[in-house]
Write a protein that binds this ligand. Structure first.
Ligand code: ZN
Length: 344
């Protein structure tokens, strides 16, 4: 089948790729319709690796997808041919300790699309476990379905922070994950979210399209401490760290109120440190997240009920015939782009 194949650093091509997938009784086969380009896809494209995950064999990219069910295994009850669906890209081992604890995202043997050596989903069809495949309500588009994957991280972040009604939060980093975290935090009850970044282009898109209680700050031009004097003079209830930048992490505790919380989302490429004593004297709770678990149904409900308006996140669309061009564009890190969507 036609697929987007990465063979190593900067070596990307669309080709006919032989892939033989058997449908087990509990699987569905899905014709892929929309796939979002993720930062991790770009990272593999530019560097051929993320940390210890190295592209050694040709690998199909893509993990943020939606599609239409074209075949169901005999034991599948909740889906039928023709259903519009989105899919969780990570499949854990059902017998692992983490999975048995209900924390299946922490299973070290999880098979996650487009994480070497597991193929991704930028191809004509995939076979996927029905239990990790979710039907989209009629009023949720296939584009929105493909956004559920990154959105689930934002919803999981807000859930991990145990947002309380009226909380004030800071999100560091207005990349896709920072933005979806800000949206999820507001939708979960935050009265104000201060979203900090250094790229004005992204902040401008957010200012234009998203709720007014997301306050955008360009930290190269404005002082966060100054803005907080009005909004949260004693510190914010929650910090969401979505930059992975060691300088931001080293400095973050001072913005949190006594007994506040921090959720670590961004992944620093080197070990990072924060001020332990500053965190101790405030008894700051620092929580960590890895991807998400059990968030797809919630996230789909939030889109369907218009609790979150996510359509403006899709800033650019390409057909699969132009997918290489789309990757080149994404790799240039354009300031005016949030999510680049591919139609298969
Ligand atoms: Zn992603």
């Amino acid at each position: 089948m036609k697929a987007l194949v990465l063979k190593g650093k900067n070596n990307l091509s669309v080709e006919d790729f032989a892939i033989n997938e058997q449908l087990s009784p509990t699987d569905v086969r899905i014709a892929i319709k929309k796939v979002g380009i993720c930062g991790s896809d770009i990272h593999y494209y530019l560097h051929g690796r993320i940390g210890d995950f190295i592209v050694k064999e040709p690998m199909i990219l893509g993990h943020e997808a939606s599609g239409i069910v074209i075949e169901t295994g005999p034991d599948v009850k909740h889906l039928k041919v023709g259903d519009r669906v989105c899919m969780e890209p990570g499949i854990p081992s059902l017998g692992s300790n983490a999975t048995l604890q209900g924390k299946y995202n922490l299973d070290p043997t999880v098979r996650f699309w487009a994480t070497p050596p597991v193929h991704g989903c930028m191809r004509e069809s995939v076979v996927h476990p029905a239990s990790f495949t979710f039907k989209l309500p009629d009023n949720v588009t296939l584009e929105e379905g493909a956004l559920v994957e990154p959105l689930a991280i934002g919803v999981y972040s807000a859930s991990t922070a145990t947002v309380q009604p009226g909380d004030v939060a800071i999100v560091f980093g207005a990349g896709t994950i920072g933005i979806v975290t800000a949206l999820a935090a507001v939708s979960s009850g935050c009265s104000k979210v201060i979203l900090c970044d250094i790229k004005q282009g992204k902040l401008d898109i957010i200012k234009k399209h998203f709720p007014r209680n997301i306050v955008c700050i360009n930290t190269t031009r404005e002082s966060l401490a100054e803005v907080m004097k009005d909004i949260a003079p004693e510190g914010v209830d929650i910090i969401f760290e979505a930059t992975g930048n060691p300088t931001v992490i080293a400095d973050m505790i001072k913005y949190i109120r006594p007994a506040g919380r921090a959720v670590m989302i961004g992944m620093p490429s080197e070990p990072a440190t924060y001020d332990v004593v500053a965190a101790q004297v405030k008894e700051v709770e620092i929580r960590h997240i890895f991807r998400y678990r059990n968030m797809y149904p919630r996230t789909i409900n939030m889109i369907a009920s218009e609790t979150m308006n996510v359509k403006p996140l899709i800033t650019h669309s390409y057909n699969f015939s132009d997918v290489i061009e789309a990757f080149r564009f994404a790799a240039s890190m354009p300031e005016n782009a949030i999510k680049i969507m591919i139609s298969m």
